[in-house]
Design a protein. Structure first.
Length: 152
């Protein structure tokens, strides 16, 4: 039981492309958020859409808490979803929680805050537990983007 890998949530990605036409807007400056979870979560990337959402299934517990951190996480800013040479890339500005006291952040859940349920898009493992004590917890997203899909 632990966060051991990053991944996309299959049911929600399928729902973007099937007749459900789930309106995940990766370019949105206000709709997508990143919430921090402890290593007590066991992600299920194949969970049904109703369970692959912030506040549902395994994402209904074990979110970090503390000074400087608000439940639900932070809004992703400067979001982009681009395509070039057969690769679609999602990225955003780095995320941070300043003057925070957080214990045991292990995973960053990216989700569509404007949808009901709040559809999980991706989970990024931080690789270890991170804590702050009246400091700043920063996530520097990869230079290759938060995630990319090779389509060709």
């Amino acid at each position: 039981m632990a966060i051991s890998s990053s991944g996309l949530f299959v049911a929600n990605i399928v729902d973007v492309f099937d007749t459900t036409q789930l309106a995940i807007d990766l370019d949105s400056e206000t709709n997508n958020k990143v919430a921090l979870f402890t290593n007590s979560v066991t992600p299920d990337f194949n969970a049904a859409a109703a369970s692959a959402a912030y506040g549902a299934g395994v994402w209904n517990a074990n979110e970090v808490s503390g000074t400087g951190y608000t439940a639900g996480g932070a809004t992703l800013t400067s979001t982009t979803f681009t395509g070039s040479s057969g690769v679609a890339t999602f990225d955003a500005a780095d995320s941070s929680w300043s003057t925070s006291t957080i214990t045991g952040a292990r995973g960053a859940l990216i989700y569509a805050n404007n949808l009901t349920p709040k559809a999980a898009i991706a989970l990024v493992t931080l690789g270890a537990d991170y804590s702050t004590s009246a400091g700043t917890l920063s996530i520097t997203w990869s230079a290759s983007g938060i995630f990319y899909l090779t389509l060709a």
